[in-house]
Structure formats: C-alpha cells, structure tokens
Ligand binder design. Structure first.
Ligand SMILES: [Zn+2]
Length: 296
C-alpha cells in the first residue's frame, strides 16, 4: 500500500474514533437532569432522627443534609411552603397565613414558572394532599396539578405518574405527620407522632422504588430533595421558636456533595437548588433569597 493511502486510512480511522468519543461524551452530558421534591408537612428533624426510617436514612446518609435548617419564623404552612417553592421570604412572596390572601406571584412566582421561562418544554408536576400549596400556581406553571385527599392516594398517584409520564420536575406534598402532630402533639417522645413519620417513610420508599423503575431511569439524573415546612410543639406551630422553625433538608443524587452541609440552610434554598440542578440560569432580576445547598 502506498504511503499516501496508508496515511489516508489512518486518518479515517482516527476521525471515526474521534466522532465516537464525541458521541459518547455528548451522550453523557445529555443525561437529563430532573428534580423530585418530597415535602413532609410538620415533620420535626429530631423526631425524624428518632423514628425508624430506613428509606429517608438511606437518602441522607448517602446524600447531603442538614438537621439544623431554618424555615420562615412565621411558621404556618402557607407561609413556609410558599417560601420553599418560590425561593424568597414572605416579605416578597406576601403569603402571610394559610389564607393566601394576596400572593405576589407576579414578581415572585412558583419556581416552575422561573424554570419554564428558560426551558418552556419542561414537564412540571405538583401532587398534594393539602391543596392550598397550589394557590400560587399561575396558568401553565404546572403541566399537571393533582389534589388527593389522603397521603395514600398521593403516593399512588405519584407512583403511577412516575411510571407512565414524561416528568422533569415533581413536587409531592404529604400531610399525615402534620395531622398526627395537631392531634397527638409534635414531640420526640410521642409514639403516635413517631409512628406517623415511620409510616410516611414507607411511602417515601415506595415512591423512590417507583422512580427507579422508570423506563429511561439510567439516562436520567434525578436530584431528590426532602424537607418540611415547619416543626411544632404541643399540638400547634406558627411561632418564631426553634421547635417550630428548625427543619431538615436532604439532597440525594449523583450531583450532591455528600455529608452534613456546613453552612446555614434555609427552606428558601429548595427552589434555588432545584433550578440549579435543572440547569436554569439564576437571574439577578428574580431577586431570589435562597442559595444552592448541598450540590457539588
Ligand atoms: Zn404545615
């Protein structure tokens, strides 16, 4: 074979190899980033640590976590869930009670809205037991909104959706732990409150299993965030005291920096961390208060 042809042949082989490398590494980059937020209403972090919760333990022990995170010091569900889902404090989102009288969704919308400004094709899902969390959703923020009357029905719906639907972001709200707190008392030494956390952990386990069974799971890069809106004491909450305002924050997935998060984590970090994982560029004019927590 003449030298010229030999070189040509080698060049061809080399370019073939190069394009293969590009295709494979591009495929790697293209792994779809997705977010699942599990919200467990009224779950005190000390009680979560006391309860037997193998599924949640697996998430935080292999993930990033804080059991000293802080929620809004006006620790009502409406105020705190809105902080979590908008990434700003109540002076901006203006939800000041569970009544959602005058939310400023125009300036501080749900993070689904912010994500869709840059990625309009995103499929966003919100499935909740306590339906007022949906009050801040504007038209088209959520691809699908579902209100279910029990945590069991929420869990069923979430598993079914994860199995069949094209989902990019999902927010899930479970309410039984808060019900147990209001009925029996929010306390580490209250067996009924602890039991409700353990039952919720079983539901979390079923949801995670459902997630892992997704057809395209291998090519998806899920960030799972688990948190709560507030704690409680006696049979209530709403005050600016540590028993009410201390919450837990768990981030699980390939892109988290494992271990305890050293900085102070806040409930408002959840929307911002979710946006970051979805590759949304955080805009200054959004005036978000939260920061990214627990990612590499
Ligand atoms: Zn609540």
């Amino acid at each position: 074979m003449p030298l010229k042809r030999k070189i040509m042949k080698l060049r061809f082989k080399f370019s073939l190899l190069l394009s293969l490398i590009i295709v494979f590494s591009f495929g790697e980059i293209k792994a779809q980033n997705k977010v699942l937020i599990l919200g467990i209403d009224g779950c005190r972090p000390d009680a979560l640590l006391e309860a037997k919760t193998p599924n949640l333990d697996n998430l935080w022990q292999n993930g990033a976590y804080s059991f000293k995170a802080k929620t809004d010091d006006l620790s009502w569900s409406g105020v705190c869930w809105t902080g979590m889902l908008t990434g700003v404090w109540r002076d901006k989102h203006n939800v000041l009670s569970n009544q959602y009288r005058n939310p400023n969704t125009k300036d501080y919308p749900h993070f689904f809205n912010l994500a869709k400004q840059q990625l309009p094709q995103l499929k966003t899902y919100s499935i909740a037991n306590w339906s007022p969390v949906h009050n801040i959703l504007q038209e088209n923020d959520a691809t699908v909104v579902k209100h279910k009357l029990t945590d069991g029905l929420v869990t069923k719906s979430v598993i079914k959706t994860l199995k069949n639907a094209d989902v990019d972001v999902m927010f899930v709200h479970l309410d039984n732990v808060d019900h147990a707190g209001h009925k029996y008392g929010y306390a580490v030494d209250n067996p009924k409150y602890i039991k409700s956390i353990e039952k919720t952990d079983t539901k979390v386990g079923r949801i995670i299993k459902g997630l892992e069974k997704r057809k395209n799971y291998k090519n998806e890069n899920w960030l799972i965030l688990v948190s709560t809106d507030h704690g409680g004491s006696g049979t209530n909450h709403g005050k600016a005291i540590p028993e009410h305002t201390t919450i837990f924050y768990i981030a699980s997935g390939k892109d988290v920096k494992k271990g305890e998060i050293k900085k102070q984590v806040y409930v408002i970090d959840i929307a911002v961390t979710a946006l970051k994982h979805l590759n949304v560029k955080i805009q200054k004019e959004w005036k978000l208060d939260g920061t990214v927590s627990g990612l590499k």
